[in-house]
Design a protein around this ligand. Structure first.
Ligand code: G4P
Length: 529
């Protein structure tokens, strides 16, 4: 295998999806602990200077309500390089969260064992499904009163229409939770409650579930119960099938307790053994393979305002192919200009370090002044256009107005910039002078109002617009498309790239239009229009 192919094969680029409070932060910390990217309490003390610097980042993070330092975390484990992409939670959604999922090769879905599948988990899962992202499930908080594992498996299967297979089987739950049996590798791991920062060893190897060793290790009838339940689970669920998993049709399920660092090692091993390395990326002309020598990548996220005094931004680029080295010059396909990448960032957990080298699957942060946009391609010269980085139909729409009517034009410019960054969708109705702003989570309106005021010096008001959603419209029949736009003049707007959208007042309005105009495509992502 070539050096490049070997490096690519050892990359695992993933995200964690979950509902707030399920334990994503706790699990992230534990993953980093295994990866050696963060140290245990005590060891951190020696780096006081660095720690202070880091807490400054966190202050920025809090004030701006965005995550700065932790957008991408890289760590090593068992010979693999992991890139963990943050999907900001905040009990709210942003398009960022959605788009980040277009840049991963797999995802961990964390579920609270007492709660099962919750709303945000379901939403994020649906986004993963758009690209058939393989999902590993971690059922967390088994040390608390939890639901019956069979019930949890059933719920995942029914609710998400996904095949499930237990990768481990829990032994007891709540106060009687002892550990889990690794069904894929026949190992028994017992949980230690004493030291939560301690990294547990790999479980004991067993000769299958009939191994008498289990009776010696487990109290009372626990071994017997384990055998019965595991046999039942195996008869009810299909066996693990790597192909089905990698195609996004089956999820292996691990049971654990993040806070007790239990089940985390097994989960990581699962990622190492089963999760796919970087996949080929589709473009309008061909699939780009990760082991191609020529470097290419696409922007999936923009972070503005690391420093409010400057309009500088970081564009997060996921490398799709090649061996990137610092100082390389790449072609910015949309403008045809050359971008000199002399100071890209590689995001490490401890601090930001300059990227010297990176391969497909890795993320580099490229500082720029607004010339890089979501979806843009950087290549060694080829005019590639990556697909699959959709804009999503906003779920909340409001009209925005400047407090000072003289600033309407400035506001327009600010909104287009914000839309180009991907922070919100903006639409200009064909009739009327107001702009409509669409987001996927309500909190974003506050964040936007704040940004427009502080960055562009335009105080604004958001007001209800009486709209339900905006969907992109298109058709192969030009004549009908024109007629449709004529007939619905008050409901048509253009997005920041002048792609037409239909602004629906309610579900009925949308359904009616769809029924009346069968030749028109109504698309929930812009790509499909
Ligand atoms: P999130 O990022 O998904 O929102 O969840 P987070 O990790 O912050 O965890 C939410 C709460 O659940 C935290 O408690 C955390 O300690 C707890 N938790 C996480 N994993 C486990 C687990 O395996 N078992 C149990 N019993 N609890 C777990 P908190 O009280 O909200 O915060 P804290 O004061 O403990 O930090």
């Amino acid at each position: 295998m070539s050096q490049l192919a070997d490096a690519v094969n050892r990359r695992r680029t993933f995200a964690i999806i979950s509902h707030p409070d399920a334990g994503k932060t706790t699990l992230t910390e534990k993953l980093l602990l295994f990866g050696g990217a963060i140290q245990m309490a005590g060891a951190v003390k020696a780096r006081g200077e660095q720690r202070r610097a880091r807490s400054d980042w966190m202050k920025v993070e809090r004030e701006r309500g965005i995550s700065v330092a932790s957008s991408v975390m890289t760590f090593e484990y068992a010979g693999c390089t992991f890139n963990l992409l943050d999907t900001p939670g905040h009990g709210d959604f942003s398009e960022d969260t959605y788009r980040t999922l277009t840049a991963v090769d797999s995802a961990i879905m964390v579920i609270d064992a007492a709660k099962g599948i919750e709303e945000q988990t379901r939403k994020l899962f649906e986004v993963c499904r758009l690209r058939d992202v393989p999902i590993i499930t971690f059922v967390n908080k088994m040390d608390r009163e939890a639901r019956d594992p069979f019930e949890i498996l059933d719920e995942i299967e029914q609710d998400l229409a996904l095949d499930v297979t237990p990768a481990s089987w829990p032994i007891g739950m709540g106060r009687d939770f002892r550990g889990a049996y690794d069904l894929l590798n026949d190992r028994l791991a017992l949980m230690e409650r004493v030291d939560r920062e301690h990294l547990p060893e790999e479980g004991d190897a067993c000769q299958g579930l009939d191994d008498p060793h289990l009776d010696a290790m487990l109290p009372g009838h626990a071994a017997e119960t384990l055998r019965e339940q595991a046999a039942m689970a195996r008869s009810l669920c299909p066996a693990f099938d790597r192909e089905a998993f990698r195609e996004g049709h089956m999820t292996p399920v691990y049971f654990g307790s993040a806070i007790n660092t239990f089940g985390v090692r097994e989960l990581l091993n699962g990622l190492v053994r089963e999760a796919p390395p970087p996949r080929p990326q589709p473009t309008t002309t061909r699939d780009v393979h990760p082991t191609e020598e020529a470097v290419s990548g696409f922007v999936f996220k923009i972070q503005a305002n690391m420093d409010p005094r400057h309009r500088d931004r970081i564009a997060y680029v996921r490398l799709a192919s090649g061996h990137f080295r610092r100082g390389m010059k790449l072609k910015h396909v949309r403008t045809g200009k050359t971008v000199n990448l002399h100071n890209p960032h590689l995001f490490l957990a401890r601090d930001r370090e300059l990227a010297e080298e990176a391969v497909a699957g890795d993320i580099i942060g490229v500082p720029n002044h607004g010339n890089l946009r979501i979806g843009d391609a950087l290549t060694a010269g080829e005019s590639l256009r990556f697909t699959g980085i959709p804009s999503f139909a906003p779920e909340m729409l409001q009209a925005v107005r400047p407090e000072d009517p003289m600033k309407a034009k400035h506001l327009g410019r600010a909104l287009v910039q914000i839309a180009e960054e991907g922070a919100a969708q903006v639409f200009r109705p064909r009739q009327g002078a107001e702009w409509i702003v669409g987001v996927v989570g309500a909190l974003q309106f506050d964040v936007l109002a704040d940004r427009i005021r502080t960055e562009y010096d335009i105080p604004v008001r958001f007001e209800p617009a009486g709209l339900y959603t905006a969907v992109w419209v298109g058709s192969d029949d030009d004549r009908r498309f024109k007629a449709f736009q004529e007939a619905n003049r008050t409901a048509i707007a253009d997005d920041h790239d002048d792609v037409p959208v239909f602004l629906a007042r309610n579900a009925w309005h949308l359904n009616r239009a769809q029924e009346d105009w069968p030749e028109i495509r109504f698309a929930r992502t812009r790509e499909q229009a």
